[in-house]
Design a binder for this molecule. Structure first.
Ligand code: BDP
Length: 678
């Protein structure tokens, strides 16, 4: 067991469950029996997955195709359209299990869902499932560079072997598609948002076409990150290279039109372009005095109704020294209604940058005339890389469930568009750099399909399929997963603090950094701590970022005495002796939260150590080792942070609190040029 099989292990059921399943089964493809058409590649995959999965679940009782005694499993998706309606049903009628839907993709999704249910131990006689995706686009965003390096990747090298494509297609590309399809992910942006223009050249289109062909049966469309200045950097067929990338220049428009046509000729179901523009040094329409809408609409016209332009709202620039959290809203909300129909604006969950906790982004709900998509980060750039155990479903549910105060939750706002997750895949055998990080890939897909699923359900599903379906195991590990992200937030950024990590690699704490060129790159810009107090005043007396939220929502966060204290120092600058809701002075409360985070990691270590009977030795040891890294680093975060705050406030530690194990100078002197993912 090296984790390669992810949640698709279909570990053998016990004898009684196999008996109940009534195997050997007959697997009947109704559409084929009744119709004359040949099976589509998607139906072939569905059949193969069922045969393979059922055989694996039944272990000693191999399943045979066709007629024979036992239960029949019918794939009843007569339309056989690859790109049809993904909704499916699974019902047991007169002993037979019927998977139904209006497209062959529906049957594929149904096949994976059936295997999941059986894998969880669901009684096959009670199956009665209606399932449909809540949102059309459920995409992975890979920050993979063509040279194999993955920006913010902690699982080895890129899984995409551009060097050997198109001739060589790694088996991983098929297994990747299986994993995605099994949780409903239906698209992949294969290259970094910090894009290289040459990935739009013909030789790359050929490579991409090979991937598109391989993934088509699994319902996965390919997308490319497009560098906005590409017309000035690479030739565009007959048009050649241009002097400008101004989106209103007719030649530029013709260049992109020709490029889009070239791509669609090779990949008829190409998903579209993802664009990071005028952000962190990337080129964009503002370089020519144009707006985001001018840029997006130019590309949208080139693509037409064949695909989508996904335009990122993650923008901030050095000019804005008042509050980086406000910039995206200020640039985009005035453009509401100006974007073409096939443009989607992709908004990170919070207004800063994938921190362990952020309040939901105020753009959600504020652009009713624009389709907005939610972007979350599966790779844990700010939550301990691949070694810290942090199950992210609770974090994503927090934002999906947030009431925008403008006529719906974030989940409702993004339902017409979708969700994107920055992938955590890599060349490591276990794909994600650690076994537990597979759960975040899984959870992303499940939530994008159904944002109403509880984190507990997702954790249990994943644990049962990945490790062990015994209740005694699930009862201990599911709660550990559910609290794990809160634990990380406590030892890294308690009480709404954010952006306290070290520069560049983002590994470890560095709240003392104050001297970087751009103010908003410095941790001290975010915590604003001094001898009197700590926190960012985003109320009306400060930056008034709070004013970007609907009044009813802003109200709930405006009073530190009554608000959810998870966001306390995000919105308020408070004295060190301010009394928190528990009655403790802020300083004591802060230290207590750090300590709680550290203690919770200790508990995770012990809980997992005691579970060796339920997990194969290889993966049990791997998880145990990661937890020990996390234990050491949780203490590091706590100690370094406390030592720094003390250097500002001069306060003694609350009674009983342990002194940092080293002095501040030690923590400040640490450097990690070898840290991955930069
Ligand atoms: C930041 C990452 C950086 C990304 C950027 C983005 O540190 O590597 O390029 O987000 O989302 O969090 O564009």
């Amino acid at each position: 067991e090296d984790g390669y099989d992810l949640w698709l292990r279909n570990a053998p059921l016990d004898a009684e469950q196999v008996e109940r399943l009534g195997l050997p089964a007959r697997l009947v493809r109704t559409a084929l029996v009744e119709g004359a058409q040949s099976p589509s590649p998607t139906m072939n995959v569905a059949t193969a997955e069922l045969m393979h999965g059922l055989n694996s679940l039944a272990a000693a009782h191999p399943v045979e195709r066709g007629s024979g005694p036992g239960r029949a499993i019918r794939l009843d998706c007569p339309e056989s359209r690859a790109d049809g309606d993904a909704a499916f049903t699974i019902r047991t009628v007169d002993g037979d299990i019927r998977i139904g839907g209006n497209s062959d993709l529906a049957c594929l999704y149904g096949a994976y869902a059936l295997l999941r249910e059986l894998s969880l131990g669901t009684d096959p006689d009670t199956l009665d499932i209606d399932s449909a995706p809540a949102m059309p686009l459920r995409l992975l965003n890979h920050w993979d560079n063509p040279d194999g390096h993955v920006e913010r990747g902690y699982a080895g090298r890129s899984i995409f072997d551009w060097w050997h494509l198109p001739e060589r297609l790694d088996q991983r590309m098929i297994d990747y598609a299986r994993a995605n399809a099994s949780v409903g992910i239906n698209g992949a942006v294969v290259n970094n948002v910090n894009a290289r223009a040459f990935m739009l050249e013909p030789r790359y289109i050929e490579k991409l076409a090979r991937l598109a062909d391989a993934w088509r049966p699994y319902g996965i469309r390919v997308y490319l990150s497009a560098r906005f200045s590409a017309p000035t950097e690479i030739d565009g067929g007959d048009i050649g290279r241009l002097e400008t990338a101004d989106p209103l220049d007719p030649q530029v428009r013709a260049w992109w039109q020709a490029k889009a046509d070239e791509i669609y000729a090779a990949i008829p179901d190409f998903g579209g372009f993802l664009v990071k523009a005028n952000s962190e040094g990337q080129p964009g329409p503002q370089d020519y005095g144009r707006t985001h809408a001018d840029g997006a609409n130019m590309l949208a016209q080139a693509i037409g109704d064949r695909g989508t332009v996904i335009w990122r709202a993650f923008v901030y620039s050095a000019q804005d020294e008042t509050d980086r959290a406000k910039q995206a809203y200020e640039e985009f909300v005035p453009l509401d209604g100006a974007f073409a129909d096939n443009v989607i604006v992709q908004v990170k969950n919070g207004a800063i940058d994938f921190q362990p906790r952020e309040p939901f982004h105020p753009m959600f709900g504020a652009m009713p005339q624009t389709r907005l998509m939610l972007e979350v980060q599966i790779t844990k750039e700010y939550l301990g890389f691949a070694s810290h155990l942090a199950f992210l479903a609770p974090m994503w549910r927090e934002v999906l469930d947030a009431d925008t105060g403008r006529g719906g939750s974030v989940a409702e706002v993004v339902a017409p568009a979708g969700m994107a997750g920055v992938a955590n895949t890599g060349s490591d055998r276990n794909w994600s750099g650690s076994d537990f990080d597979q759960a975040n890939w899984y959870a992303f897909g499940r939530l994008a399909w159904d944002p109403a699923l509880s984190s507990d359900t997702i954790a249990r599903e994943w644990l049962a399929q990945t490790f062990n379906r015994e209740e005694a195991f699930l009862a201990q590990t599911a709660p550990m997963m559910l609290s794990s992200r809160e634990t990380v937030a406590r030892y890294m950024t308690p009480l709404g603090l954010a952006h306290l990590m070290a520069t560049g690699h983002h590994y470890g704490p560095a709240p003392w950094v104050c001297d970087l060129d751009r103010p908003e790159w410095n941790p001290c810009y975010y915590h604003r701590a001094d001898s009197d107090g700590i926190g960012f005043d985003r109320t009306a007396t400060g930056s008034n970022a709070l004013g970007q939220y609907a009044p009813a929502i802003a109200d709930t966060w405006s009073d530190p005495a009554t608000m959810d204290e998870h966001y306390l120092l995000w919105f308020h600058h408070l004295d060190w002796d301010y009394r928190t809701q528990s009655g403790l002075p802020l300083w004591d409360e802060l230290v207590q939260r750090y300590d709680q985070g550290v203690t919770e990691v200790d508990t995770m270590v012990h809980t997992w150590d005691d579970l060796s009977a339920y997990v194969d030795p290889e993966r049990h040891r791997a998880v145990a080792e990661n937890l020990r890294i996390q234990q050491r680093e949780a203490n590091w975060w706590r100690d370094a942070s406390i030592a720094y705050w003390q250097s500002l406030n001069g306060l003694p530690l609350p009674q009983g609190a342990r002194a940092p194990s080293r002095d501040l100078e030690h923590y400040r002197s640490l450097s990690f040029p070898e840290a991955p993912g930069q």
